[in-house]
Design a protein around this ligand. Sequence first.
Ligand code: NAD
Ligand code: GLY
Length: 349
Amino acid sequence: MIYKTIKVEASSCYEIIIGRDILSRIGEFIRPLLGNCRVALLTDSTVDEIYGERIIEYLSAAGYAVDKFVIPSGEASKCADNLLEFLNFMADCKLTRSDAVIAFGGGVVGDMAGLSAALYLRGVKYIQIPTTLLAAVDSSVGGKTAIDIPAGKNLVGAFYQPSLVCCDTALMDTLDASVFRDGCAEVIKYGVILDKELYANLRCVDFDRESVVARCVEIKRDVVQQDEFDNGVRGLLNFGHTFGHAIEKMSNFEVSHGAAVAKGMIIAARMAPLCGLCDVSQELGKLLGEFGFNLDCKYTADELYDAILSDKKRRGDNITVVLPRSIGECILVTLTVEELHDKLKQILL
Ligand code: NAD
Ligand code: GLY
């Protein structure tokens, strides 16, 4: 069983272990970090049905007492009610400061488990075991934790780094094709923002999972180490997201995150030449098309602009967007909201 270890040196240091079929070794991986303790395992109903027995078996065999809490699968579960229920569950299970939380699922589970760990007893350790491609390459790394509230997605959260990320790429074998593709949008994002070699090696969904996940994680690690609290360069990770989030929101989340980010990346690529940068939209559109993304945007410039105005990344009358300078290099460009509106009108009807 070969695996790769990537070290993150942020406000706290931790390792990301990536390999195929490594879940059975979870006990061995966490023992040096957690010692003997109870663990509260947070997962969702889909992951629980497929892998629930297996993870409990591995943790129990390693001597861990496990208290499992299952939320329904889907974004709607990343809410305040479930957060509070999980915190009460941990208290009922009498978890102490020396106990820990394990997130076993996609980004929904990971974000909520991380926030719960940050809050419970003012902070207990937590481990991320991502089970989706998106969670493996993005949400499990870097310590952004959150829940959604009615006013918006991820509006309540904390920066709180995990103690370990253990990514078994075999878990992704059971993902729906569309969920896997959602993660591919983030993989392509990493190529466009910072790695033209990664980009050049992506042609379809059948890429070498372990090496691609590891490369994406290295890129995210490097960015997080420079700007853990998201005051500068970490903004590059939002390529396609400002427009994507607006599309997701307007569609009432019927357009999935990855599909919306793909559309958002194309809008950003088309905005670049309007800001004096190169036009990579044809090339990027071709790759996204090969991955099966539909790049049409059915919203008008006015509709998109209105949705973007409520983006949490807006500062006063300015908004910073991520635009490609070339494949493999993006920059942060700050526009006034009027400039943004004007450029959107040149791109969309
Ligand atoms: P998700 O957690 O909802 O998972 C998507 C679907 O896949 C769910 O239905 C889930 O039950 C199912 N699933 C998960 N693992 C599976 C497996 N191995 N086999 C079969 N089905 C499986 O969604 P996601 O795309 O993983 O994550 C999206 C969330 O991540 C959003 O809430 C987003 O805000 C958040 N996010 C956070 C960060 C961060 O830095 N913290 C970054 C990006 C996204
Ligand atoms: N997913 C964006 C970030 O972690 O900053």
